[in-house]
Ligand binder design. Structure first.
Ligand SMILES: Nc1nc2c(ncn2[C@@H]2O[C@H](COP(=O)(O)OP(=O)(O)O)[C@@H](O)[C@H]2O)c(=O)[nH]1
Ligand SMILES: [Mg+2]
Length: 641
């Protein structure tokens, strides 16, 4: 929503008034009476005597500046109206005294309410064409319908542009509703474009009401849809050149080198690396109460900010009238997302707006099913700021808490982001690792997935899986950071055992199949009391297994502390290794240091075994290299493998 920035001291209170109502009820005439400007400027508008596109005019007095947006009343141009009223502060609903309440009177009132416009003024217009009785009937009729819509708070004024009656009262009502409150706002600039025009010698000018942030001459802005960057060459506010503008103020921006052909109403200008485009969104929606229930998926015309496109509501299965429901929206065009942004749904047939709602989270990169996602919408809507962040982390599984995420996607004002973040990091449900927030729930899910994978592998006689493969499997559904934490915790909690880069489910031997146990026993028998035992390849031949399947069993035996694995596929039974280490100790006690050849001969082994054995000894501080020789290491005296 528009905001005024306290830092902009020079500006008077500034209020945008959206003028709405049924066609021919006197909106354009009222704007002219208030501002002296005829907003029906285009030739077709003149010829047909109707407003097709948005009109803009303003007046200023000692108390403030009022920007008026004259919206077209005709149903056919309601898209233009929506683009215009997306960022207004006050609604001015015009109802002709002589015509009474008409279809668009009510639709427009409902739209304003859906968009969350709090301030409403009603002008009962053209009173010179109606009797006093008729005028008060129109007034009563309107009160009845507004009450039915749940709109209770509004001011009412009777006007005639012909006689000038009520115009001053209308002005003073507007002054009473002027925008003086400064709202906390997001730092990133965003301006939905509602008007594009060319100016002699200056090229294309894009106008709209910035929703957030500030813009300065010379800034770089991005046309969101095309992701092209342009430099700001000029800024105008109500026809006056300015060096900057800000949220909530009607602004016209001249961009260097932009071609008017590439910009359309509904496009947005944003600061670089700020707002994101999305086309799948979690939100909530309320179907108007006069609607029938609607089955989903179902197609609608979608309006948000100044953009209009088609959208599909993917879920839930049925939308019930007058009930706030979580929804998943798929738009045909990517749109700019901000937390709590209003949207409206219309149907081309039967014609009219049918529902309104709020956007709560972009679903880019979220692969969870509709039924899992829908329950999160209400939590995102209702929770306090830190719950909101927690829920977003649960939704995405993992998030980088950037200022764009916090300010734009969660609506947390900049001065509160630190405390919200500190609060959530001390939360047991969220992990903060490598600058990433990870949800405990998604770690638990990833753990289960990893366990299932290891179980499947072990049933295929491949109990030992290398870490990369397990990580790869987990990242099919979870993020890398989350998968890493999950694996680390499984090992920490002793559910999974790790041997170098290999991982397996922790089981006991009874869980080996009979066949596996027999194969392992054959292999271990071949190793026992053997200083030059068969290596892995030879063991595979002896046991008639593939080396891959045997590795898995040998890792298991290692975990069970029955064998020790050295380099180059050499395995020793535990007692053989122990015996050789004792012999090595006595050698290095008698002669302080020994060469590889001396050790080899002393232990009665060949070089093929001596090299991996000494590597193992060096790694475990049983021996220490000293040039070409070995001396006793710290652990040799009391070694147990
Ligand atoms: N007599 C009278 N005619 C009015 C008044 N206001 C508007 N009109 C006429 O009503 C018609 C529609 O007015 P306009 O401002 O274009 O309505 P809009 O479609 O709501 O913008 C025009 O012919 C106006 O001259 C009024 O206060 N008194
Ligand atoms: Mg008009």
């Amino acid at each position: 929503m528009p905001t005024l920035n306290q830092t902009d001291q020079k500006m008077k209170p500034y209020t945008i008034v959206g003028v709405i109502g049924h066609i021919d009820h006197g909106k354009t005439s009222l704007v002219a009476a208030l501002t002296g400007v005829d907003t029906d400027t285009n030739p077709e508008e003149k010829r047909r005597g109707i407003t097709i596109d948005l009109g803009f005019a303003s007046f200023e007095d000692s108390e403030g500046q009022f920007a008026l947006i004259d919206a077209p009343g005709h149903q056919k141009y309601i898209g233009n109206l929506l683009a215009g009223v997306a960022a207004i502060d006050v609604g001015l609903l015009v109802v002709a005294a002589d015509q009474g309440v008409q279809a668009q009177t009510l639709e427009h009132a409902a739209i304003l309410q859906s968009l969350g416009v709090q301030s409403l003024i009603v002008a009962i217009s053209r009173t010179d064409l109606a009797s006093t009785k008729r005028t008060s009937e129109t007034s009563e009729e309107l009160a009845f319908f507004l009450d039915d819509l749940g709109i209770k708070c509004y001011e009412i004024v009777e006007t005639s542009t012909k006689t000038g009656s009520g115009i001053e009262t209308l002005k003073s009502l507007m002054r009473a509703k002027k925008q003086t409150k400064k709202r906390a706002t997001c730092n990133f600039f965003r301006m939905p474009i509602d008007r594009i025009f060319s100016k002699e010698g200056r090229g294309t000018v894009l106008a709209g009401t910035p929703w957030s942030g500030q813009v300065q001459n010379g800034d770089e802005l991005v046309l969101a849809r095309t992701q092209q960057s342009f430099r700001v060459r000029g800024i105008e506010v109500h026809g006056v050149q300015r060096d900057h503008s800000l949220g909530g103020v009607r602004t016209a921006i001249n961009l260097a080198g932009i071609d008017s052909e590439i910009v359309h109403r509904g496009d947005e200008l944003i600061s670089p690396q700020s707002y994101q485009l999305t086309s799948r969104i979690l939100g909530t929606l309320r179907l108007y109460k006069d609607s029938t229930p609607i089955r989903c998926p179902s197609e609608f015309i979608f309006h948000s900010a100044t953009c209009q496109c088609e959208a599909r509501i993917l879920g839930p299965k049925i939308l019930h009238p007058d009930l706030e429901m979580p929804v998943i929206i798929q738009t045909t065009q990517p749109i700019i997302f901000a937390y709590d942004q209003s949207f409206l749904l219309r149907r081309p047939y039967p014609i009219g707006s049918i529902a309104a709602g709020k956007l709560l989270a972009p679903l880019e990169g979220v692969t969870r099913k509709t039924n899992d996602l829908l329950p999160l919408a209400m939590d995102l809507k209702q929770g306090d700021r830190s719950q909101r962040l927690t829920n977003r982390v649960h939704l995405n599984g993992e998030l980088v808490p950037s200022s764009v995420l916090l300010q734009v996607e969660l609506g947390i004002p900049e001065n509160e982001t630190d405390s919200v973040l500190r609060g959530i990091i001390s939360d047991d449900d969220i992990y903060f690792q490598d600058d990433v927030l990870v949800s405990k729930r998604s770690i638990e899910q990833t753990k289960q997935m990893a366990m299932r994978f290891l179980k499947r592998q072990s049933m295929q006689e491949n109990a030992w899986v290398d870490e990369e493969s397990l990580l790869h499997h987990c990242t099919l559904r979870s993020s890398k950071a989350c998968s890493k934490i999950a694996i680390k915790e499984l090992v920490r909690d002793d559910l999974v055992v790790q041997s170098n880069r290999l991982l397996a489910l922790k089981t006991d031997e009874t869980k080996l199949s009979k066949k596996q146990a027999a194969v392992l026993q054959t292999a271990i028998t071949a190793l026992q009391n053997n200083r030059t035992p068969p290596t892995l390849k030879e063991l595979a031949e002896i046991t008639k297994q593939s080396p891959q399947a045997l590795i898995s069993l040998m890792r298991y035996a290692e975990q069970q502390r029955r064998v020790v694995s050295l380099k180059d596929g050499v395995y020793y039974s535990l007692d053989t290794l122990q015996l050789m280490c004792e012999e090595l100790q006595s050698l290095l006690t008698t002669q302080n240091e020994a060469s590889v050849a001396e050790i080899r001969d002393h232990l009665c082994i060949t070089r093929k075994y001596a090299i991996p054995l000494l590597q193992y000894c060096d790694q475990n501080s049983l021996t220490v290299r000293s040039g070409e020789k070995r001396i006793a290491g710290d652990n040799l005296a009391n070694f147990s493998p």
